[in-house]
Ligand binder design. Structure first.
Ligand code: BGC
Length: 770
């Protein structure tokens, strides 16, 4: 007979078997449901396409812009007429239920086959409720929060008639001269991948046809962030090993997360423009990565291939289609050229069918064939800028702000401090929502000044403008052509503004200078060769510093700036990016200590432009810097170190890290090492800390970076509290693409680092054994 422990053992085995059987059945059912769903979609589309003429199929590949925004150099013409003639598959820049309904009516009531349109838009960091610019959001290192911002944006966008967003922008960027660094997550492939995944989840949920989800569009595929000299749209030339290890991971992460669409980029890659790049779009994206969604180009990217010098308009249309492009954004070369190219047997009907099928599948997945008006509801307006979204925007702003310097704990300010708020951005609203803020209404943003009025306990302050945002008339003209609304003070000369500010500053205990870029100085077509504060603002800051009063600099900008003088001479520096609709309340709460800053940089801040590109995950070289050896890798006039490294940010409290303990120092495939550190909050404030894990592969068949981020944890510690945190490292974490582009690990010695930024880390050694 069985004793009770044997009985329990058998019961256990029996239960396990039942659970395994249930899981297998569920998986099988899921696969069956999935396949039958796909079959239903295939049948539907095959049937629909059997009724379509070649022209109607080509019409589906056309993506013009119509409506409220102009986001490129060429305007689409007669879009309504083209919709009527079945020559449009999707549009962008139209939103609001009424405007969308009007166009959808034409598509489903006035065309032969009544195929609905998709409505796309640049919803980049929020739709109406604007969150911090993506570079700021990334600085929160709070991927759950970032997911919620994408979710909120999808809610608002769908309540406003949209079903397709041109986001996330996941281009890795190592050059802060490039204005579009503001739109991405920074320089790191690991962090960039985590964020890309969360954004897709936030936008798309797990059901594209739900009323409040949108189709995401991963952009700009690919390597757009590696433009030479940081000049927008410029050439990209890169080794495959660098692409695979450093630049492609975030796109891949977004595809693996189920992104519904991809946007091909403007740049060339190793001599072949991305939108004509069959290797990129078909071999890599479709075949290697198994992408089954829609591929659209960026704005007139096909036409621009004539300028790239790869063919005339017919040839570039042919190249793009055959490379794997499904939709032509604004350029209309598919519309113009494909019919003739088919007649000439240069383009096959099969290639057009394939592209058309991808477009129709996207519509099917969005549920538009069931209900073309499903995103067109006038009842959902209360979801737009609702209290919960504004609260999320404030949280995101707080978490994104990075405290770069806090000498003698000058921040937070005491309630009775007499403060002089100086600078053109103190009262400004126009710039708070940053670039690519789409439908966001800057008038609804709350300035620092307005937020101060809502704080009755802080009344001891004064204000002076100090300078115009930009005095340089040429730059101002360029920016104002794109709605920067930079005004020159008509009542005072620049010198009078400055003199007055100095008088006001001298009467205070502390000066808070609010300075930075105009929003249009970052974003698309906004590269800069000098990335400091505008000259007139710099002059003001120096005059304020010369008063001898302590100065706190609050920065608003869309890229890492060069701040060498500021770091040496200013007491406190708070990087607030363009923090969105709730910028003012978030900044003032940080100033007065109601929120303890916890953001950390996700892009290196250089000392000067000459150091660019500068990024933490660089290679060691054969002659790494050695102060005692002339013949090592360095500059004569500036150190190799950045001003602020990747992963850096201070807090009102201070965190100390214990040494690392490893549960073992040999790692075998299939096993893991656990690295533990104890972190103590030994300051006077509760706060969040981001603990970062890096590794270094010391010997490999190709050279490896001096550090690579492999994990991070955002933890909350009360003052005086300590917590032990643990990171697991597996063989998988140590894999990389080798010289044959094989994803592999190589046995040998490794270093592991844990710390509060990419420079100040504790370290430990271990071996990978195969
Ligand atoms: C930008 C894209 C954007 C598109 C549509 C282009 O100029 O590069 O990021 O999605 O315009 O507005």
């Amino acid at each position: 007979m069985f004793n009770s422990s044997t009985k329990a053992k058998y019961k256990n085995i029996f239960m396990k078997k039942i659970i395994v059987t249930i899981v297998i059945c569920l998986l099988a059912f899921n696969m069956y449901a999935q396949t039958s769903k796909e079959k239903k979609m295939d049948d539907f589309i095959t049937d629909l396409m059997s009724k379509m003429t070649l022209e109607e199929k080509i019409g589906q590949l056309n993506l013009p812009s119509i409506g409220f925004d102009v986001t490129g150099p060429v305007l689409s013409k007669d879009v309504e007429g083209k919709i009527k003639r079945g020559s449009v598959g999707a549009v962008f820049n139209t939103y609001t239920p009424d405007a969308v309904r009007k166009l959808q009516d034409i598509a489903v009531k006035e065309t032969r086959l009544k195929i609905p349109l998709i409505f796309g838009y640049d919803v980049i960091h929020g739709h109406k409720t604007i969150f911090p610019i993506p570079l700021g959001l990334a600085a929160s290192w709070d991927t759950a929060l970032i997911r919620m911002t994408a979710r909120a944006a999808a809610d608002e966008a769908t309540a406003d008639g949209l079903n397709w967003v041109f986001s996330p922008m996941v281009d890795i960027a190592r050059d802060p001269r490039w204005g579009r660094v503001s739109e991405g997550a920074g320089e790191d492939p690991f962090l960039g991948s985590q964020i890309a995944k969360k954004m897709i989840e936030g936008y798309q949920g797990n059901n594209l046809s739900a009323d409040s989800t949108v189709m995401a569009c991963v952009k700009h595929f690919a390597l757009y962030g590696a433009a030479e000299a940081g000049r927008d749209y410029n050439t990209v030339d890169m080794s495959l090993v660098k692409m695979y290890n450093d630049y492609l991971p975030p796109y891949k992460a977004a595809i693996d997360a189920g992104a519904g669409s991809v946007m091909s980029s403007f740049n060339e890659i190793n001599g072949v423009p991305a939108s004509a790049n069959k290797w990129l779009l078909t071999d890599l994206l479709r075949k290697q990565w198994s992408f089954t969604g829609l591929i659209a180009t960026d704005y007139t990217a096909i036409n621009e291939m004539i300028n790239h010098g790869v063919g005339d308009s017919a040839h570039v249309a042919d190249l793009a289609l055959n490379a794997g492009v499904d939709m032509d954004m604004v350029g209309e070369l598919f519309l113009l050229e494909l019919p003739t190219l088919v007649k000439q047997n240069k383009v096959s009907v099969k290639a057009i069918d394939s592209a058309c099928r991808f477009v129709l599948e996207a519509k099917y997945k969005l549920g538009l064939f069931d209900d073309p008006y499903k995103y067109v509801s006038n009842d959902r307006s209360k979801e737009i800028m609702s209290d919960d979204k504004l609260a999320l925007s404030k949280q995101a702003a707080e978490e994104s702000i990075v405290l770069l310097k806090n000498a003698s704990n000058i921040l937070p300010l005491k309630p009775d401090t007499k403060i002089a708020f100086i600078g053109p951005l103190v009262t400004d609203k126009r710039n708070l929502i940053g670039n690519w803020s789409g439908a966001g209404d800057w008038k609804k943003a709350i300035s620092i000044w307005d937020a101060l009025q809502q704080k009755p306990q802080h009344k001891n302050y004064s204000y002076a403008k100090g300078c115009n945002l930009i005095d340089d008339s040429l730059l101002r003209k360029k920016l104002n052509e794109h709605d920067a609304q930079i005004e020159i003070d008509s009542t005072s000369t620049p010198q009078q503004l400055l003199d007055n500010a100095v008088v006001v500053a001298k009467q205070s205990d502390v000066i808070v200078a609010v300075l930075g870029e105009s929003f249009g100085m970052s974003g698309e077509a906004a590269s800069r060769s000098n990335i400091g504060l505008p000259d007139n603002q710099e002059k003001l800051l120096r005059a304020l510093q010369a008063t001898g009063k302590p100065v706190i600099l609050i920065l608003m900008n869309g890229r890492p700036l060069t701040l060498e003088w500021e770091n040496e001479n200013i007491n406190g520096i708070l990087e607030t990016w363009f923090a969105g609709t709730q910028a003012g309340p978030a900044i003032t709460d940080i100033l007065f200590g109601n929120f303890n800053p916890c953001g950390k940089t996700t892009m290196t801040f250089p000392v000067n432009v000459g150091q660019i590109p500068i990024y933490y995950n660089a290679k060691n070289t054969g002659r790494p810097f050695d102060a005692n050896n002339k013949y090592t890798s360095k500059y004569l006039d500036v150190s190799n170190e950045p001003l602020f490294p990747f992963g850096y940010g201070l807090s009102y409290t201070s965190f100390t890290y214990s040494d690392i303990t490893l549960d073992q120092n040999k790692l075998y495939p299939g096993k893991k090492i656990t690295a533990s550190v104890s972190i103590t909050n030994n300051g006077n404030y509760d706060g969040y800390e981001v603990a970062e894990l890096y590794t270094r592969d010391l010997q490999a068949s190709i050279t490896r970076p001096v550090k690579e981020l492999k994990g991070f944890q955002r933890i909350f510690l009360k003052k005086g509290e300590s917590k032990e945190i643990h990171f697991s490292i597996t063989e998988n974490d140590l894999k990389f693409f080798n010289g044959d582009l094989r994803w592999t690990s190589e046995p040998g010695p490794f270093k592991l680092f844990i710390g509060g930024n990419s420079i100040d880390c504790k370290e430990a050694d271990f071996q990978l054994l195969h």
